[in-house]
Design a protein around this ligand. Structure first.
Ligand SMILES: [Zn+2]
Length: 143
């Protein structure tokens, strides 16, 4: 945790990030929350969390302030939201990655299923030929 006097960049970040509330500002600055509260109060900045603030939709300036002080807090994939999953990205990027993986697995399984189906169809057709049994007609036609 950082201690001592605040840098110019940290002071600007307190102003820029104040609407996120004291907890986030302290986390981003990597400083004690009470210490950050005192500093903000001396600067005349309110750290009361704004009702309109949406940490999923931060401004470019706020993202820049976070990146300059504590880049590992932001998702390395999109750089727009806080990391909040064990996989080290934001939840939306995490879901995106899962979707991509699921789709790839689905494609793999469907290709495999079709191959298995075609193999069994050929095997059955060969057996019918050997035994001289005609394929059943009428129902669906693809049996
Ligand atoms: Zn992300």
């Amino acid at each position: 945790m950082r201690r001592g006097s605040y840098t110019y960049g940290e002071e600007r970040a307190i102003e820029e990030l104040a609407p996120l509330g004291a907890e986030y500002v302290a986390l981003i600055l990597d400083r004690d929350i009470e210490c950050v509260r005192r500093k903000a109060s001396r600067m005349g900045v309110s750290l009361a969390k704004s009702f309109e603030i949406n940490v999923r939709n931060m401004s470019e300036r706020q993202l820049k302030a976070i990146t300059s002080l504590n880049p590992t807090m932001l998702c390395p994939s999109c750089g727009k939201r806080f990391v909040n999953t064990l996989s080290g990205v934001c939840d939306l990027c995490h879901l995106d990655a899962l979707t991509t993986n699921h789709n790839a697995e689905y494609r793999r399984l469907s290709v495999e299923a079709e191959r298995t189906y075609n193999t069994s169809k050929k095997r059955l057709s060969r057996l019918r030929e050997e035994l001289g049994v005609p394929a059943p007609r009428g129902k669906g036609g693809d049996a």
